[in-house]
Design a protein around this ligand. Structure first.
Ligand code: PLP
Length: 461
């Protein structure tokens, strides 16, 4: 038992684990990871695991990439830190900003760096407010985001996130954040409703909300092109195109949270390009450095930049920045990561692997637990249901998803469940053989889960 080991006991007595049942953790103890190679992790007992979730949707180039290690180490030797406050700069930040401007799927005037996805979305909110104040639009402050959307955990980003656990007893969300429905056709489509009608209903909900609140109060809408942590939810056809028209009409910033979808994950450089999403601005993090160093960024469009210039003239500075904004080691790692993506033609590789990944995932629908299988590029999920015909879910308290994740872990696959949706987001460098080997184990875990569901008689509950 893990808790009997000295390391496990020390963990329990010293650390708070994010997104963990803290009381159960005291009994179960941690899974202690020791090292990683390629698409595999190894625990401190030497057991091997497929990294089915790419760390936390971030380790795009897998583990042990010597080029990235060298990029970080040589930059640390040359210049371990340099900030960009007060007009200081360094060549790596300049080069990275230029590269990102070239790659992003929107008209970016400037890049503003930070250290994480939460910070990126936090800045989206601050900068939207700041820009609207500068332009005298003092009421235009509200953000719209979606239930089940994930945008991080700081006070602003956590407010944008549409998951109850991120709000409950944290006094969130902020009153300036309004949540609309999750556009998941399989789960929330009405009987007899076509996908197109569903899209129209989702868009109408947003339109009605803008009308009710007043367009002069709605500043921005933020969405992941494909919801990741919410259970890999792919928008219905036409959704972002129709929303885009609505937001153009009402001058609402249309923000694509590319923290998971960016840098090849969906088979394009950015998820927006795979989903008909024409954003005003994007948030980036995670695969920007393949998680070898924490770096995030947002794009600033020209009219927002002009408003920021005006504020500087008025206030005397731009009153925002982190010590680690444009950290030189992070910039060096990000530049090397992008260079590798380009050299290894990672987007093409994802497009080649996506059908293999999708085929194995789709086959799980034939399993007795299989409800919906969904994927785009190399991110996907299988939603387990109690009744395939009616799509009835299991009682949430039975923790079917979490139990299946435990079976998977015992077989050597790391995944996560959102409710009863098992998510997969392997490193982008995964090979065809590795995809097949991983899904062979997933099938076994589903069999183990089905046997447990029957033994516990969970369908009758
Ligand atoms: C889409 C999206 N946005 C933002 C975040 C928050 O990023 P971080 O955990 O780096 O703060 C995440 C994290 O999973 C994410 O998936």
């Amino acid at each position: 038992m893990a808790v009997s080991s000295n390391m496990a006991a020390r963990d329990i007595e010293t650390m708070i684990h994010p997104y963990t049942h803290l009381a159960k953790h005291r009994e179960k103890g941690p899974l202690i990871i020791d090292h990683g190679r390629g698409v595999f992790l190894y625990d401190n007992q030497g057991k091997r695991y497929f990294e089915g979730l790419g760390g936390l949707w971030c380790t795009a180039l897998g583990y042990g990439n010597e080029e990235l290690v060298e990029a970080a180490a040589s930059q640390m030797r040359k210049l371990s830190f340099s900030h960009i406050f007060g007009g200081k700069s360094h060549d790596l930040a300049i080069e990275l900003a230029e590269k990102l401007k070239e790659l992003v799927p929107c008209e970016a005037s400037k890049i503003l760096f930070c250290g994480s996805g939460s910070e990126a979305n936090d800045m989206q909110m601050k900068l939207t407010w700041y820009g609207n104040n500068a332009r005298g639009r003092r009421a235009k402050k509200k953000f719209i985001s979606r239930l089940k959307g994930y945008h991080g955990v700081t006070i602003a980003a956590g407010s944008l996130t549409g998951l109850p656990a991120v709000h409950t007893d944290f006094d969130l969300p902020l009153s300036s954040v309004l949540h609309v429905s999750c556009p998941h056709y399989y789960r929330y489509g009405l009987a007899g409703e076509t996908e197109e009608q569903f899209t129209d209903r989702m868009v109408k909900e947003v339109e009605d909300l803008i009308e009710r609140e007043g367009a002069d109060t709605i500043a921005a809408f933020i969405a992941e092109p494909v919801m990741g942590s919410g259970g890999v939810i792919i928008p219905p056809r036409g959704y972002f195109e129709k929303l885009g028209k609505l937001f153009a009409k009402h001058d609402v910033r249309f923000i694509s949270d590319e923290v998971i979808c960016g840098f090849g994950r969906t088979g394009n450089w950015f998820g927006a390009q795979s989903t008909g999403f024409a954003p005003t601005s994007v948030s980036m993090a995670k695969a920007l450095t393949s998680a070898y160093f924490p770096v995030g960024a947002i794009t600033i469009e020209e009219d927002l930049y002009q408003a920021m210039l005006d504020e500087s003239r008025k206030i005397g500075t731009f009153g925002h920045g982190y010590t680690y904004t444009a950290h030189p080691v992070g910039c060096a790692v990000a530049l090397k990561t992008i260079e590798i993506y380009e050299r290894q033609k990672i987007v093409e590789h994802v497009r080649k692997m996506a059908p293999v990944f999708a085929k194995r995932l789709k086959a799980l629908v034939d399993h007795p637990l299989g409800g919906e299988a969904r994927s785009l590029g190399l991110m996907g999920a299988i939603e387990m249901v109690a009744d395939k015909k009616t799509k009835a879910p299991f009682d949430v308290k039975k923790m079917v998803g979490a139990t299946c994740v435990e079976f998977l872990e015992s077989l050597g696959v790391i995944s996560r469940a959102m409710g009863d949706s098992l998510s997969f987001c392997p490193p982008l460098v995964i090979s065809e053989d590795e995809i097949n080997e991983m899904f062979d184990l997933v099938e076994k875990a589903l069999d183990m889960t089905e046997a447990w569901v029957r033994k516990e008689n969970l369908r009758a509950a």
